[in-house]
Design a protein around this ligand. Sequence first.
Ligand SMILES: [Zn+2]
Ligand SMILES: [Zn+2]
Length: 123
Amino acid sequence: MADCDLCGVSIPTVCPVKVFEPKFEHSYPAGKWKGLCERCLDSAKEVYDKHAQESEGNVCMMPGDSFGTCDFCGNATQLYDVEVKIPSFTKVYENETKHLCRKCLEGCNEAYSRKGECFGEHH
Ligand SMILES: [Zn+2]
Ligand SMILES: [Zn+2]
């Protein structure tokens, strides 16, 4: 079993997402892998698509929703709101807004292309 690094749900497989944590910049200059469940990956991809604008092969991101510390990599920068559902004991799920930076959203977008491999194509 693995835990989703965003909502904490325990599932058999998480999709690896490359993140660059500033505090590990020296020990892991190439970034580290975190894992996302399918639902969080979908939410992050949706937010990325809403904010990324492609022009002449370059992707530029629209300004973030707020400024603060990224919930995923700890980078202090512009953040984008991502709605996730946290498994809860009282209710089935609780909606929570997580804040991700541009780099992490790009990582999610990249991971999304491997989504089929991670979660299976449901044969
Ligand atoms: Zn999740
Ligand atoms: Zn981040």
